[in-house]
Design a binder for this molecule. Structure first.
Ligand code: GTP
Ligand code: SPV
Ligand code: MN
Length: 620
């Protein structure tokens, strides 16, 4: 088998440099290990995507939607066992366990490598191995980084070509010596051939019950086995842009974060940039595509999931969206809640695990108010409203290019990034956390980020609804010791001058009343909170009053015009109950203790300050 065995392969230009030879010898070594039938070098072209898409339609991996209703769009149904990230099988393999920290699964690199050699041995037999050079961020940009994903999944190739910049220009950069992260992916479902030379038939969604999502942050490598889904398989996303990049960023003085980025422009024409970290399925895509309900404001989208930020030549913290597409949660995305997303996915979209309508379009819970009378559910079974099961999987997703978004900012792909004015941390909290609060200082803001807790969602395996700590919304994504991440944030803040340092805020769209319903209408109405945040960050005269947990809007400072919120609802949205906050402080202390002496003293000082403010609140 030769590297160029497949006649459809676009042969990369004859390698001239040592770098180019090293890439080819790495590709050969992985092909020798995994033994695919053919190796195809991907050029990222439209023809290539069409060819692979047609191949998947033919094999049954993709279902073409009605082109009149949803042009050039497809539905994929995963294996029912392969529907979300698998955190229990996600490993950070640093030489020392302490460097992975208590919140990551750690394995010794040498042990993991030996294990991986075993599982990858012959794992691509009967399949094609695709070579996908990709760039996170604009190709060659000062904040961008390159990678190469080897994969036996055409679904991963096509998805990567939407989610990242792939193709020959990236390979040329790597051949010229640009560093790249090698990322190997196999669905772990080799196809055997019998004595007569007949291959076992393939299934629409090959995968393996045994899964490994492995990051080696010190040697900057990724190995993923057994899953074809989302963050497990599109290795540029969580594996690279967060787990590996967070470790790079720590070493090099920048930040790789699970954050959306937006640009908000006031009626006066002043533009502000905001980056916000919420745990998975807690509202990043929705905030990124926010349609403001308050007059005169516009919000434009820069990124919906990941931000890479570094101090720029002007001394400001500059952020890029390293991705090129959105892998967004479908359920709950509707004409009423997120019309921008609905417009974005009108064409050229891959849907995974949503329901199919009888006329060949897609549907999911929350897309429309009225529920279709008959559907084919995400498992391919007949479904009616009486079925009693969701028609779309709760973690079903759409994959779509960022530039299809009608609110995409013209600066979204500026290689130099946009200057960040405000950083926001949030989570899904039925109680305690107010609608919005501003940190008293950078250190207090880092404390807010470090103490995020959130009710678990369907974006990963686990019990939905259970409260868990998710510091910086990075619990499943930090490639090194989480406490070191907090120290790193303290250092980055200390390196910025006060004028250039973003203000930090905390928000909670999910607080519930006694009847269990949300107190805050959310979605477009979140623009009211965004206005208060960016005006505060911009140093404008907009009122704030102290509370134990941060500065909250002064009476009348948050624009609630036209909302018809009863006064007691507003009070409940901002209620700080010292008793339950003191209990929460005890839990925070226990949480910090898990990290031993790696927890920065600045954060235990912040905990002391919080307790002191709560005591004053309790006994004024
Ligand atoms: P990942 O892609 O997993 O990182 O998720 P995300 O953080 O981008 O979450 P997304 O915006 O997709 O929202 C997840 C779910 O939360 C969807 O079902 C949304 O409808 C719902 N949601 C988002 N914003 C709000 C809000 O302001 N209020 C309420 N009640 N629900 C919201
Ligand atoms: C998340 O879980 O935060 C996602 C989806 O954005 S995945 O790409 O699967 O990680
Ligand atoms: Mn995410």
């Amino acid at each position: 088998m030769s590297i160029l065995a497949d006649p459809t392969s676009t042969r990369p230009t004859t390698p001239a440099s040592d770098a180019a030879l090293a890439v080819r010898s790495w590709v050969t070594s992985i092909a020798d290990l995994t033994q695919p039938d053919a190796v195809v070098w991907c050029d990222g072209s439209a023809e290539e995507r069409e060819r692979l898409t047609a191949l998947m339609v033919e094999s049954g991996s993709l279902i073409a939607l009605d082109p009149e209703l949803r042009p050039n769009s497809y539905l994929a149904r995963s294996d029912p066992s392969d529907v979300a990230r698998v955190e229990a099988r996600t490993f950070i393999c640093s030489e020392r366990e302490i460097d992975a920290g208590p919140t990551n699964n750690w394995r010794e690199p040498a042990v993991m490598r030996a294990e991986l050699r075993g599982v990858f041995d012959g794992s691509m037999r009967g399949r094609t191995m695709y070579v996908v050079p990709f760039s996170m961020g604009p190709v060659g940009g000062p904040i961008s980084q390159a990678g190469i994903q080897l994969t036996d999944s055409p679904y991963a190739v096509v998805s990567m070509s939407i989610m990242t910049r792939t193709g020959s220009d990236v390979l040329a950069l790597i051949d010229a010596g640009a560093p790249f992260v090698p990322a190997v992916h196999s669905v772990g479902a080799p196809l055997s051939t019998d004595d007569a030379g007949v291959k076992t038939p393939d299934v629409p969604w090959p995968c393996n019950d045994l899964k490994y999502i492995v990051q080696l942050p010190e040697t900057r490598e990724i190995w993923s086995y057994g899953s074809g889904y989302g963050g497990n398989a599109l290795l540029g996303k969580k594996c690279y842009a967060l787990r590996i990049a967070s470790a790079m960023a720590r070493d090099e003085g920048w930040l790789a974060e699970h954050m959306l980025i937006i640009r908000a422009t006031s009626p006066q024409g002043r533009a502000y940039h905001l980056a916000a970290a919420f745990p998975s399925a807690c509202g990043k895509t929705n905030l990124a595509m926010l349609r403001p309900t308050i007059p005169g404001w516009t919000v434009e989208t820069i990124g919906d999931d990941i931000a890479w930020m570094r101090p720029g030549p002007d001394g400001r913290l500059r952020a890029i969206n390293p991705e090129a597409g959105f892998f967004g949660v479908a359920p709950g995305t509707g004409h009423r809640t997120n019309p921008t997303a609905i417009a974005t996915i009108a064409r050229d979209t891959i849907f995974t695990n949503v329901a199919l309508t009888d006329d060949g379009d897609v549907w999911w819970e929350g897309l429309t108010d009225e529920v279709p009378e008959h559907l084919t559910d995400w498992r391919g079974q007949d479904w009616t409203p009486a079925s009693g099961t969701p028609a779309a999987h709760p973690n079903s997703r759409f994959t779509v290019a960022a530039d299809q978004c009608p609110t995409i900012a013209d600066s979204w792909d500026d290689p130099a990034g946009v200057p960040i004015d405000a950083i926001v941390f949030g989570g899904r909290r039925a109680t305690n956390v107010p609608l919005v609060a501003q940190a008293y200082s950078w250190e207090h803001g880092v404390f807010m980020g470090a103490t995020i807790s959130s009710e678990q969602t369907a974006a990963a395996e686990g019990t939905v609804g259970e409260l868990r700590r998710d510091p910086f919304a990075m619990l499943p994504f930090c490639g090194y010791n989480m406490a070191d991440h907090w120290s790193h944030w303290l250092d980055v803040g200390a390196g910025l001058t006060p004028e250039n340092r973003p203000e930090i805020f905390q928000v909670n769209w999910f607080r519930k009343g006694e009847d269990g319903s949300y107190l805050w209408p959310g979605f477009g109405e979140n623009s009211r909170v965004v206005e208060w945040i960016v005006r505060r960050a911009g140093g404008e005269k907009v009122g704030a009053v102290p509370s134990p947990v941060g500065l909250v809007p002064a009476p009348g400072a948050l624009d609630l015009d036209g909302l018809d919120l009863p006064d007691d609802t507003v009070t409940a949205l901002f209620d700080v109950d010292p008793g339950s906050w003191l209990t929460e402080a005890d839990l925070t202390e226990a949480f910090f203790e898990r990290f031993g002496d790696r927890t920065p003293a600045a954060l235990t000082d912040q905990l002391d300050d919080l307790r002191a403010r709560l005591q004053v609140w309790l006994h004024p």
